[in-house]
Design a protein around this ligand. Sequence first.
Ligand code: SF4
Ligand code: F3S
Length: 483
Amino acid sequence: MTRTYEVRTYGCQMNVHDSERISGLLDAAGYLPAQPDTTPDVVVFNTCAVRENADNRLYGNLGHLKPVKDRTPGMQIAVGGCLAQKDQGLITTRAPWVDVVFGTHNVGSLPVLLERARIEEQAQVELLESLEVFPSTLPARRESTHSAWVSISVGCDNTCTFCIVPSLRGKEEDRRPGDVLREVEVLAAQGVLEVTLLGQNVNSYGRSFGDRDAFGKLLRVVGAVDGIERVRFTSPHPRDFTDDVISAMAETSAVCPSLHMPLQSGSDAVLRAMRRSYRSERFLGILARVREQIPDAAITTDVIVGFPGETDADFEDTLRVVEASRFAGAFTFQYSQRPGTPAADLPPLPKEVVQERYERLVELQDRISYEGMQSQVGRTVEVLVSTGEGRKDTGDRLTGRARDNRLVHLAGAAGVRPGDVVETVVTRAGPHYLVADGALLSHRRTAAGDATEAGRTPSTPGVSLGMPSIGVPAPLPAAPACG
Ligand code: SF4
Ligand code: F3S
């Protein structure tokens, strides 16, 4: 009988996309996605090592699954992703009922390891220290009919002192532009309208093959692919963000007027301690040049509050830069020690100091975000309708993203499907969303909308494997990709 699987994903877009590869691999190996409310034969945890309480959560979940496994003959549990790469053999010591542990560098081994664990009736732990096969050469079961992740690089050569990602994802490896382009063309042919180019630091793309301008060029060629209407990318790095990228964004109509530019701190002393090799002036200069060429760009960011050694004056600098930056939104974090990072041994600031600064920062950014959203009222926006994010309090609303990536709640309209494109006027705004509840100005039915209706999602084949298919569309997560 065909075995079924479920993949549970934690963490950032890297993991979300890796999970699409994991699903594609299992499809190609003859497994089927488990139907809702059934017990899968294989549960795969794709883990994150940094998000709040990552390990407690994993071991808690594994504990809950043990009695299920005990009463389900043949059930297997696999753990992969960043926490697996970090904890390695510890996972089968703490949870001996786990069958397979695999890391970030050998996602492609999963089907073989599951098979071997079944035959040998013994847990298989396989972790590599460097990439074996670029994950994008593996087949994928895509989650969305209209928006797709496209990996352009994996790993990171930076050494930000708060970040564990380089030790878990390894050195940066870039895909060749031709491979990226082919994947985008396959997606476009299947109706995908929007691609998000993914890398821990997209702006260093090309260094490994000796082309420092490669990212700007890539934006232009991807933006020219027939059928691709929206190109996004994450995450850029202020150190490597060059003017040719801004020009490529401004001159390529498919590249969206949105940018997620991680600030982390507005204090030069703290940036130095974080080993972030740009300074606040450079950061503000980039934003000014982006806005000069792309006046309506919505710029978002990440900020960490309470890094060890951050003084009141440092924090005031952060507030000053945040005020000046006019971010459309920000992911704000209270610094927490992460074992294995260079900053892990630095003495932390008192909790109440960090909390108080955090609250002040959130209050400031909420005001700025709200003002930015209010400025959109009365504008006509083009919305790519997505799914699953509708507001519960208002019933049958559709939700989508404007070109600048702002979240838009739409009045329900007959015949509009996730994947379709509509134009409408913004009538109201909240701090983190826009509302357009008047009649639609236009509604374009798309191939992506047809695919949603037919329950079909796009798939990209592996280099040597066949084409798997169908799945349930899911919303794109909003969390940043860069640790
Ligand atoms: Fe690399 Fe981003 Fe981590 Fe810095 S924060 S080391 S750029 S992944
Ligand atoms: Fe977490 Fe790994 Fe992403 S540690 S944030 S899943 S790169």
